[in-house]
Write a protein that binds this ligand. Structure first.
Ligand code: AFP
Length: 338
């Protein structure tokens, strides 16, 4: 059954104030959907819970390494695994135990992961820990997730088709950034909201309601070392950024770069390069979810030739060029591309 969505912005009578917990917010939002069964709400809570566990692991990563170095393992035998593999295991476990997802795809794994919950209505695409080169050096990293309502019959085994529906079919998407604080930002298709994690309470608290990104910005984020491989239009755009004395900021963790630009105004670019002719970023795990969020917050996301959300996915690990951020900046860039 198609559900009538109710748009709730910060000024809507159903909107909740800064300071409410994520759980309460999710429950409250559910009341806006007359036919909601609570399954998507539960799935979001499962993801949030996995995020808390990753937050804990990230914050003691150095200590885990020490333990691993001593040849000691924890009860799950995981202490010597790299943090991105641990995050992958944690998320799979949370989503499998939660029962709402019938299948998962992960940037860390080649094939579909079947949860055994064939009655689950949803499938989840996730990058459990993006920015792996930053893990060992205490620099911000993040989890990205994307949720689709399955198109195969409930009760049957999910298939690739459930994951290849296209970005506009996402029912929810978001990220958890493990930075100077941990924040979960997500959308269910109407507004984008951010919840900062208070570890002392064990709760995510609404801190960034109804995010609207500035229409224009002065920050550009790309790997300058790849510039020789960029097409002329991208190089021209970067030249204009320098001429305008914009600020260059590149963390190398998409979630962190995206989050900063979302709040402050800016553009993130990962064009095709000599090494990655299709671009480096993954369509299903990185580009689709962030593009969905971006559009909710008033930003644009393009591959250079079309809106990211209009790209037809054909494989689970497909790559795409990505230009995402403030609409004026993205439009200026696109006007220079052939
Ligand atoms: P890793 O997880 O392999 O570090 O890749 C991170 C990422 O997908 C994205 O988060 C970064 O913005 C981008 O790749 C960094 O890529 P470069 O190191 O090529 O700039």
């Amino acid at each position: 059954m198609d559900v009538q969505h109710v748009v709730i912005t910060a000024s809507h009578p159903l909107a909740l104030p800064v300071g409410v917990t994520l759980d309460r917010y999710i429950m409250h939002r559910q009341t806006a959907f007359p036919y909601a069964t609570g399954e998507l709400s539960q799935l979001l809570r499962d993801i949030a819970l996995a995020g808390k566990i990753i937050h804990r692991e990230v914050n003691r990563a150095g200590l885990i390494d020490l333990t691993g170095g001593m040849g000691v393992q924890n009860v799950q035998g995981e202490s010597q695994q790299k943090l991105d593999m641990i995050a992958n295991i944690r998320f799979k476990r949370a989503l499998t135990n939660g029962g709402e997802a019938c299948a998962i795809i992960s940037e860390e794994e080649e094939d579909i992961i079947y949860t055994g919950n064939n009655n689950g209505k949803y499938v989840v695409a996730m990058d459990p820990l993006d920015g792996s080169s930053n893990i060992d050096v205490n620099v911000s990293i993040g989890t990205i997730f994307s949720i689709y309502r399955r198109i195969t019959p409930i009760g049957s085994e999910p298939t690739m088709a459930d994951f290849l529906q296209g970005g506009r079919r996402q029912v929810a998407a978001g990220y958890i950034l493990y930075g100077s604080s941990t924040i979960m930002v997500y959308t269910t298709g109407h507004s984008a909201n951010g919840f900062t994690y208070d570890a002392s309470l064990g709760e995510y608290i609404l801190s960034h309601p109804d995010i609207h990104s500035p229409a224009n910005g002065q920050i550009y984020s790309c790997n300058d070392g790849n510039i020789d491989g960029y097409e002329d239009g991208v190089r021209d755009y970067l030249t204009s950024c320098r001429r305008n004395q914009y600020t260059a900021r590149y963390i190398g963790s998409l979630v962190a770069d995206f989050h900063r630009n979302l709040l402050k105004g800016g553009i993130y670019l990962y064009p095709p390069t000599k090494k990655n002719k299709e671009g480096k970023l993954r369509l299903l795990y990185e580009a689709f979810p962030l593009a969905f969020l971006a559009e909710m917050a008033g930003c644009l996301a393009t591959s250079g030739h079309q809106a990211v959300l209009d790209i037809k996915p054909t494989s689970l690990h497909q790559r795409t060029p990505l230009y995402i951020g403030s609409p004026v900046m993205v439009d200026n860039l696109v006007s220079l591309l052939k």
